[in-house]
Each structure stands twice: as C-alpha cells, then as structure tokens.
Write a protein that binds this ligand. Structure first.
Ligand code: ATP
Length: 247
C-alpha cells in the first residue's frame, strides 16, 4: 500500500530578486513517516526548495512564481513560517544558527516559545535531552563555546521543541567530522523511528544521506534530474560516478 504524502511539491518555480530563475519546475513528494533526501552539489537549489516549503524565501527576496505546495492536501504557499510551525513543519537552517551568546538550554527554550501549553516545554526539553545526551551535558555552556556537532544538535533540538511532524533539515553534515555526522544522522533515524518525525533533508554528502534516507531526489541547476529509493540510487552507476564520494 502506498503511504499518504505529507508534503507534495508540484512544478514550483522560484525567482530571486524578480529576475534570477533558480528553481525551474521542481516536483517532489514526502510520504508521512519517511526520510527523504534532496541531493546535489553546491548551488543546485536544495536550500531554495526547503525555503520555498517553509516560506522563508521572502527575506531572501525570493518568491514562488509557479506551481503549488501542499501539506496533507492543503495549499501552504501563503502560510507564514509561524503558521507552518503550528501545522508541525519546521526548518533547521544551514549553518546551524544557534544564538551564540545564549546557553544551549536557553537556545532550546527559544524553540519552545510558540507552544501554547507551557507544560509541554519542559516535557519537550526532557525529550530533546533524551535524544541528545550531549546537549544535556552542555546545557549551561554558551553555544559559542560548544563544538560544531553540538551546535548542529542544538539547532535540531530547538526545532524539536516545537513538537514537529516534519523537519526540513538543511545540510546537517556541513563542516562536521564524519564520526559526528554519523552521530547526528543516527539521532535523525531514531527520531524518525521512535517519534515518527518525517524528514526532508538537503545534503551534499550523498553517501551519508543515502545510508539513512528511504528515498532520494537529485537536483542539478534548479531541476530534479533523478529520483529513486535510496538503495536504487546508491547502486546506480551514474550516481556512483557523479555523486558518491562527494562531500
Ligand atoms: P548550497 O548547498 O550551497 O546551499 P543549494 O543546492 O542549497 O546549494 P541554493 O542555495 O538553493 O542551492 O542556491 C541555488 C541558486 O540560487 C544558486 O545559484 C544561488 O547562487 C542562487 N541564490 C541563492 N540564494 C539567493 C538569493 N538570496 N538571491 C539570489 N540568488 C540566490
């Protein structure tokens, strides 16, 4: 039986600054409960695709000019990022974006401020610490003085504070040592399996992403050029030649 799609992106075009056409008709599906990877090199359009979904383009002077984006069948192109958080969709931006001068715990708490039930905040904090024991150890440290891996975990942890059903994760491996990348991806898998969080993750590290994802889309110059199950992609000769070993 086919799984219901949580997210459907249909033929979207994105233009920056009114002139630069960056996405040239991107379509993809993210079934409920899955980990879907959006792969491709630098500048292929992965970040732009995630921003289109979470409506973070405006700050970048970008806009969706064609196509549609649906969450459980509802059009979401005009919803604010805050509306999306209410519907369970949250983005973890590339480059981690922790507040450097706040402690790890303060950073996590900023993620919980939208929760209506304040009791959920401490429950979610406990949950984040159970998935990221490293963050618990470092809870009183200023984020600026924690490692890159800890900051990435903090960024994911902050997103988890909103009780999301879907996390858009941008380049979680960026700048991290392979062992730490694995640690982060292991936690992503855990969250997927135990909390049933759906992930759409953008990655240049094809190798690693295909080890954890169920399905992958490969982007080049603003288009999806190939898609398939992670196992099919990992054994595909073109993928091996052009993408594996990258990142
Ligand atoms: P990366 O891994 O480097 O983030 P990416 O696949 O995520 O790459 P995007 O960041 O989506 O790619 O960029 C796609 C294209 O859009 C690139 O050519 C980039 O230069 C351009 N672009 C991105 N942001 C803007 C912006 N704010 N204004 C104009 N052009 C932009």
């Amino acid at each position: 039986p086919q799984l219901a799609n949580l997210l459907e992106v249909n033929g979207i075009e994105v233009i920056y600054n009114h002139v630069i056409l960056v996405l040239k008709g991107v379509s993809l599906n993210v079934p409920e409960g899955r980990i879907v990877a959006l792969l491709g090199g630098n500048g292929a359009g992965k970040t732009t695709t995630l921003r289109a979904v979470s409506n973070l383009l405006r700050g970048e002077r970008g806009e969706v000019t064609k196509g549609m984006i649906q969450l459980r069948g509802e059009r979401i192109e005009n919803l604010s990022p805050a509306d999306l958080v209410q519907r369970g969709v949250v983005q973890v931006m590339e480059g981690r974006h922790c507040f450097a001068h706040l402690t790890i715990e303060e950073n996590l708490l900023t993620g919980g401020y939208t929760l209506k039930n304040k009791g959920d905040i401490s429950a979610n904090l406990d949950k984040v610490y159970s998935y990221f024991p490293r963050l618990k150890t470092r809870r009183t440290s200023q984020a600026a003085y924690t490692s890159g891996g800890e900051q990435q975990m903090c960024a994911i942890g902050r997103a988890l504070m909103t009780s999301p059903r879907m996390v858009l994760l941008d380049e979680p491996s960026m700048g991290l040592a392979p062992r730490i990348v694995e640690e982060v991806f292991d936690i992503v898998r855990d969250l997927n399996q135990k909390e049933k969080v759906t992930f759409l993750l953008a990655e240049q590290n094809t190798n690693m992403a295909l080890k954890y994802a169920d399905y992958g889309y490969i982007m080049e110059s603003g288009r999806i050029v190939m898609d398939g199950s992670a196992t099919d992609l990992a054994s595909n000769e073109d993928v091996k030649e052009f993408y594996l070993g990258v990142g």
